[in-house]
Design a protein around this ligand. Sequence first.
Ligand code: DGY
Length: 319
Amino acid sequence: MKRPIVVVTRKLPPVVESRLIADYVPRLNPDDLQLSRESLLESAVGADALLITITDRFDTELIQKLPRSVKIISTFSAGCDHIDMKAARERGIVVTNVPDVLTAATAEVAILLMLGAARRASEGELVMRSGNWPGWSPTYMLGRQLSGKRLGIVGFGRIGEATARIAKGLGLEILYHSRRSSSAAEQLGARYFADLDEMLENSEVLSLHCPSTPSTIGLLSTDRIAKLPRGAIVVNTARGDLIDDAALINALETGSVGAAGLDVYNGEPAIHPGYRLLPNTFLLPHLGSATIETRQAMGMRAIDNLDTFFSNNHCNHAA
Ligand code: DGY
């Protein structure tokens, strides 16, 4: 069989690119430049497949302009919110994603954010790096302990569950809200809340793990934030658009939310400047899946999806 042509929109780990070179005719992006829509369409001419990432926004207009030769979009991500799935379906383009492989890495970052926010890690780092540490004292830079706190998890999919498991080990009590209760959660002794607002009232720590969809965008609004206990800690490793930034920043300023640990943002990479100015935020640059092991696994899975499609014309559909 003729090796399919694959447009690869970003630089991928070397082992992943080597496999693409061996099995496909890849159009690589060695300089890792963000492709404009025009250059993306240009490089897609005559291509059979696109291997894209979350930084490529495939809206209706772009999908409609894709050359007819493109039959599959394999996204190097678990999330598919950057792709208009309906438009792809209408064009007969298969979309695949890479769930599972980033579960552990993302759950680790959720815990890192919880600890960093609760224990004032940003402030501590800043003091050490600026050489301004006045020295130990009994009342210096006191944070909050996680053990014994109630952690509310929104979305009990793979990552929500993995986060709950680690959090339980740290001594947190687990609450969760999702479309339905889960037996895995029950085994962890987690308490199910069909009603999100009711769970928020009980969540001293809140961690978001649901996808970005029309019904979850803006989920953490002013009204919902007001339901959290005073001083609650908010963590987000899912998607920035789940949070109303102005509402969270205001709550962090007044202390109604005690601290926030964030890895994802509206309008990445241009984040709301309010977050940077606050001492009670612990901020990471979308590092949830950023381990060597996970990024390699994501690439391998994205190629597995292409392999399956081109050998069987049947693959792991994203939705
Ligand atoms: C994903 O795969 O959806 C992640 O956000 C990338 O880290």
